[in-house]
Design a binder for this molecule. Structure first.
Ligand SMILES: Nc1ncnc2c1ncn2[C@@H]1O[C@H](COP(=O)(O)OP(=O)(O)OP(=O)(O)O)[C@@H](O)[C@H]1O
Ligand SMILES: [Mg+2]
Length: 512
């Protein structure tokens, strides 16, 4: 099947015409032609590195194409900056929120607008305007609340209202559901439907095919920089879509029995985190991870899981309590020493914590192991030869799509950066793996590969503390589950007793 677009009698909000863009060694967008009808929700799906974000950045004026044009409401446009795109009615909500946490909703919405900075801001006027937008689109929001006091779903709503306030008629959402619990996803989808009803055109990127089929009218599939086809979601099944995306049928990780042994890998007793902004990010935490066991922690982001994992690593200070690894107290050990005892870490934010973005994959391969003999010279310089072969091992074993190991981390697509970090941390036979969002932003094919690798590592005796917002992943991989809410473990349960809805209820505090 060749590329196919919607019938032309529908009015087209955005015409992407013959867009090409190359980076050194990669043709990221190869002559892309996609028409996006007005007042529809249009999904873009495809493997990691397929070229989705590149295309969105071109539409939003963040980067310029080598050739091709775009037409917005039948007018050809050439954007040199996001500002110009915004002026033509295009808005983008990035996956990582860009809000100022200590300011109010109102201040965030008007932040950066001309005039707003010159005079004391006219709160009443802005307040009325925001209220009318939030009413019109059915997105309730109190504009006086500080961002800090909002949940993730509400923060996202602020981002969307901020974009609408700037007059967006075309809204781009890059993986908006990655951080949401099921209830919040439902709310977001209700909002998107009412935006559509009001005439807004929405471009939605996601790796979750169930969501895509639920919310989108049309779906464009990209593979290897090319547009391989556009289908109406009512005419397509999940396996069909997977087939178009990855050229083979939907992978399913096989269920395996637990391989937990009797011996304990990690034990945390009465752990209290140091007070930050007048409250402890986590308190009275008790759990054990056995060798060969995956202990899952479910929770909405921002409920203390990041500080807790950092405390186990020795980065976040603790007030009291005890952490032991293989029955040995590690409270007083430096992070580096904990690492050398076999603690591996996949951080939730691969870009700021997992990689040095403007360094090569060769250099990134030995991050965290620079003092190990294999990766250094006698004089503690990097052993390039061994680092290079290690980086290439990761690239091959984890299907990292890149022109080569000398490529800078920043030139990889988001999902490929993630695969590289996972590969690095699973290597060297760790004793304990702390995995935060290990497959965030990873396509369905590569996700199955990583699940497989995590299971294999577990089966051979690795203890894993798995923190994930992906409930399917938590339920599918974990041997046992804990739910964290406002810094406390509020529930322990077995995956077979839980459903995403049950978990979601504990995660949002509805159920205690
Ligand atoms: N700034 C850059 N420099 C060099 N190469 C880049 C740059 N940005 C993207 N690329 C390359 O372009 C290709 C497409 O990347 P893009 O980020 O568009 O993929 P994607 O479809 O969004 O993937 P993902 O699902 O992983 O986010 C990849 O091969 C990537 O390595
Ligand atoms: Mg991307």
């Amino acid at each position: 099947m060749g590329p196919r677009n919607f019938p032309f009698q529908m009015s087209i909000a955005l015409k992407i015409k013959n867009i090409s863009k190359s980076f050194p060694g990669v043709l990221a967008n190869d002559n892309i032609d996609i028409n996006i009808p007005e007042a529809t929700i249009h999904a873009i799906v495809g493997e990691n590195g397929a070229g989705k974000s590149t295309l969105m950045k071109i539409i939003y004026g963040m980067i310029q194409p080598d050739s091709g044009t775009i037409e917005v409401f039948n007018k050809e446009q050439k954007f040199n900056s996001p500002k110009e795109a915004i002026n033509s009615g295009i808005g983008m909500v990035h996956q990582h929120f860009m809000l100022a946490d200590n300011l109010t909703v109102l201040e965030n919405v008007v932040l950066g607008l001309e005039n707003a900075s010159l005079k004391p801001i006219n709160k009443k006027k802005y307040n009325d305007e925001i209220e009318s937008i939030s009413k019109k689109y059915g997105m309730p929001l109190d504009s006086k609340i500080t961002i800090d006091d909002l949940g993730v779903g509400e923060k996202q709503r602020v981002e969307i209202i901020k974009v609408l306030y700037r007059g967006a008629k075309i809204l781009i959402l890059d993986e908006p559901t990655a951080v949401l619990v099921p209830q919040e996803v439902n709310e977001l989808f209700e909002n998107l439907r009412s935006l559509k009803k009001e005439g807004v055109t929405i471009i939605f990127i996601s790796h979750k095919l169930d969501e895509v089929l639920e919310i989108a009218d049309g779906v464009s599939v990209m593979r290897g920089g090319k547009h391989v086809g556009t289908v109406e979601s009512s005419n397509v099944s999940k396996p069909d879509l997977a087939e178009m995306m990855i050229g083979k049928s939907l992978p399913k990780p096989p269920k395996r029995d637990t391989s937990a042994s009797k011996s304990i890998c990690l034990e945390v007793k009465g752990l209290n985190g140091e007070v930050l902004d007048s409250k402890a990010p986590f308190s009275d935490i008790n759990f054990k991870v056995k060798k060969g066991e995956i202990l899952g922690i479910a929770g909405v982001e921002g409920n203390g899981q990041r500080e807790l994992t950092e405390a186990i690593l020795g980065v976040y200070p603790i007030e009291s309590g005890q952490i032991s690894l293989n029955n040995k107290d590690i409270n007083d050990l430096e992070t580096r020493t904990r690492r050398s005892l076999g603690v591996s870490y996949i951080p939730e934010d691969r870009q700021s914590q997992g990689l040095v973005m403007d360094s090569s994959l060769i250099e990134n391969a030995m991050l965290g192991r620079q003092t190990k003999e294999r990766y250094r010279t006698k004089f503690y310089n990097i052993n390039y030869k061994n680092s290079k072969s290690f980086s290439e091992e990761i690239i091959n074993n984890y299907d990292v799509r890149t022109p080569g190991s000398a490529t800078l981390a920043l030139a990889l697509s988001g999902g490929n950066q993630q695969k590289f970090v996972v590969g690095r941390e699973l290597n060297d036979e760790p004793n304990l793996l702390i995995a935060s969002q290990p497959t965030r932003g990873i396509d369905i094919g590569a996700q199955a590969l990583i699940w497989e690798k995590l299971r294999d590592a577990r089966d051979s005796g690795l203890g894993v503390l798995l923190i994930s917002a992906d409930l399917e992943e938590l339920l599918g991989l974990s041997d046992r589950l804990l739910v964290i809410y406002e810094g406390k473990i509020v529930k322990e349960l077995l995956p077979k007793e839980a459903t995403p809805e049950v978990l979601g209820a504990y995660m949002t505090g509805l159920e205690q």
